[in-house]
Write a protein that binds this ligand. Structure first.
Ligand code: ATP
Ligand code: MG
Length: 284
């Protein structure tokens, strides 16, 4: 019995999907087959598909779980379970308008023609905002529709905004913030659920480790208490006496969100020789 995971066969999610499996200790064959592959050291089969098809394959049970963008998950509205976000493939589904027009708020969109590959999510947004607009569903090259006169605005995925810029557009509204997520079929048997749990545990350890850094520093002994309150770590920091009288080495973990503020504060309180290292896995 093997768990079957659906992964995008090529495109923006491909590399990071395989990377997260690798970081979970799952080894894949060196030469990957185009459709189906078996992991070497975990009961897992990897099925490569177009990202749009992944929610349906997971709902139908052709794959047990899958990695796909939330934008696709919510647009398709399939009867599946979202298990966890994965921290990559980050983008926004946004409404953009020609750069030479001034945006006055959602009312600007009233009675406008908006081109998109995401008609469901766009309609939901327009309904919430009580805006009536005409949705033109197209499957690709959405960003050129305003310049060829097919639409007045577009609703498409954006990350850096450079594609919008080079097509003379500017972002006006964010409809959805999205990232890749792990989804699951809702009726997995107990054995498969156990494997999913095992995989999720590893994914969470990998995700957590990306948010934290390991930190080592030297502190004067009379500052240990203050510094421990700045970097309390997982339980509490480790303290090792230095051979230099009156000094200790302190080891802890810090969250990257507040990283630079913490470093400044440590320096203000007399910390020296601060070393910061990445963490590979973090199990709390
Ligand atoms: P497929 O051939 O599998 O259908 P695709 O062309 O639909 O591929 P990609 O462009 O590879 O899809 O994007 C896959 C996913 O990557 C998107 O659905 C989205 O979740 C995410 N993504 C992240 N940044 C962006 C971006 N700037 N533009 C488009 N998608 C992005
Ligand atoms: Mg696609």
């Amino acid at each position: 019995m093997k768990l079957k995971i659906a992964v995008q066969k090529s495109g923006r999610l491909y590399d990071d999907s395989l990377k997260i499996l690798k970081e979970c200790g799952i080894e894949l064959p060196a030469a990957l087959n185009k459709l189906l592959n078996e992991a070497i050291n975990f009961p897992l089969q990897i099925l490569f598909l177009r990202d749009d098809d992944i929610p349906q394959y997971v709902e139908d049970g052709v794959a047990d779980i899958g990695i796909v963008g939330e934008n696709v998950i919510f647009e398709k509205g399939r009867n599946i379970q979202l298990l966890d976000k994965l921290g990559f493939g980050k983008c926004r589904l946004s409404i953009a308008i020609p750069r030479n027009q001034s945006y006055t708020g959602v009312d600007f969109l009233h009675q406008k023609r908006i081109a998109t590959s995401y008609p469901f999510l766009l309609q939901q947004f327009l309904d919430e905002q009580k805006v009536e607009a005409e949705i033109h569903e197209i499957s690709g090259a959405v960003e050129i529709t305003t310049s060829v006169g097919l639409a007045d605005a577009i609703c498409d995925l954006v990350s850096s905004g450079s594609t919008l810029f080079s097509n003379g557009l500017k972002e006006a509204e964010v409809v959805l913030n999205s990232e890749a997520a792990l989804i699951s079929n809702k009726d997995l048997d107990d054995e498969k659920q156990l494997l999913v749990k095992k995989l999720l545990f590893r994914i969470q350890a990998v995700k957590k480790s990306r948010k934290y850094k390991y930190i080592l520093l030297n502190v004067p002994n009379d500052k240990i208490e203050t510094i421990c309150s700045i970097i309390p770590g997982m339980k509490s920091p480790s303290i090792i006496p230095l051979t230099t009288e009156g000094w200790s080495s302190l080891h802890s973990v810090v969250h990257e969100d507040d990283f630079w503020n913490i470093i400044e504060s440590l320096k203000e309180h007399g910390a020296q020789g601060i070393l910061v290292a990445p963490i590979e896995k973090m199990i709390v």
